[in-house]
Design a protein around this ligand. Structure first.
Ligand code: CLF
Ligand code: SF4
Length: 299
């Protein structure tokens, strides 16, 4: 029934700091940076740094093996009582590194069964891994969806290439392929009752006017929450790539875009654009504290 559905959703979000505005003051998340590779190129991403679909660009996270990641989660869990969620959000794409990602989730399920699992991805490979996502009871998946333009025109300005099935697909062709797989993946997640968050990066002059169409599609697909986040440009970052001239989105531009996207789909307004090894409450990133402590086997 409608009531049962509501209760099960509340159960899933009540201690997830990103899916619930109320929870973010009380519950903490940890990101484990186990996924270095990526299978697409976003023009706003410099691969030396974290995946900018979920993260603040310009920081380099400390990479961990699945075993090291679990050690870190158990250690941090003992110190931060509000820890409720473990996320994999880079530094590349979780599903471009399926071995590391699912090994980590499998170990977490075994050694930290009470913690919620969360995954962030560009969406290209969800359809190939949907069974594993369900198997490890990953209740929360974030997909970055910056364009739903079927001609691939807008997408091609954001994604110069997409690597899929041993081939690099460039320009419009790559953008269309990515969109097709993203929509398929989101549909599959929703069908399985997995809560989907869509991140949309606001890139002024590229997709700002288009974002309300993304919001409408997101609503139609049954996505739980949308997070419109501003592109952050840094001098040391993105200079090689195609969005050189695009400055960071301003607060005003973000407010305007969020307002335009407010089409009945829940809108996240408390995102902190966390790094791929973030630790703590959303507002108080403690990654540096735990960065210094080494969880990697040096032997
Ligand atoms: Fe991490 Fe992302 Fe899961 Fe949250 S972050 S993988 S959904 S547990 Fe949250 Fe950070 Fe914003 Fe992400 S505030 S960048 S939305
Ligand atoms: Fe960078 Fe993430 Fe895009 Fe990959 S998906 S290119 S890591 S922003």
């Amino acid at each position: 029934t409608q009531n049962e559905l509501h209760a099960s959703i509340m159960q899933k979000i009540n201690n997830h700091p990103c899916y619930s505005q109320d929870a973010h003051q009380h519950y903490a998340r940890i990101h484990v940076a186990v996924a270095p590779a990526c299978n697409i190129q976003c023009n706003y991403c410099n691969r030396k740094y974290d995946c900018s679909n979920e993260s603040r660009p310009g920081v380099t996270s400390y990479k961990l093996s699945p075993e090291e990641a679990v050690k870190k989660v158990l250690h941090v869990g003992g110190l931060i009582q509000q820890l409720s969620v473990v996320g994999i959000a880079g530094p590349g794409d979780g599903l471009a590194n399926p071995k590391q990602t699912f090994e980590t989730f499998s170990l977490l399920k075994k050694y930290a069964p009470d913690i919620k699992l969360c995954l962030s991805t560009n969406g290209l490979m969800i359809h190939k891994h949907i069974d594993e996502i369900a198997k490890y009871n990953i209740e929360h998946v974030t997909v970055t969806l910056n364009s739903v333009d079927e001609t691939g025109e807008i997408g091609s300005k954001i994604y110069p290439w997409v690597f899929y099935e041993h081939k690099k697909h460039r320009g419009v062709e790559g953008a269309k392929l990515l969109l097709e797989k993203q929509l398929l993946g989101i549909q599959m997640l929703v069908e399985r009752g997995i809560l989907v968050k869509v991140n949309s990066v606001l890139i002024p002059g590229v997709n700002d006017e288009h974002l309300p169409f993304v919001a409408r599609k997101v609503k139609e697909l049954g996505v739980f929450i949308q997070n419109v986040m501003p592109i952050i440009s840094k001098p040391e970052y993105g200079t090689k790539f195609g969005l050189d001239g695009v400055p960071s989105a301003t607060h005003k531009q973000l407010m305007k875009a969020q307002e335009a996207c407010d089409v009945n789909v829940k809108l996240m307004r408390h995102c902190r654009q966390c790094r791929a090894d973030a630790v703590g409450l959303l507002g108080e990133d403690r990654s540096d504290e735990f960065f210094k402590e080494s969880f990697a086997d040096k032997s």
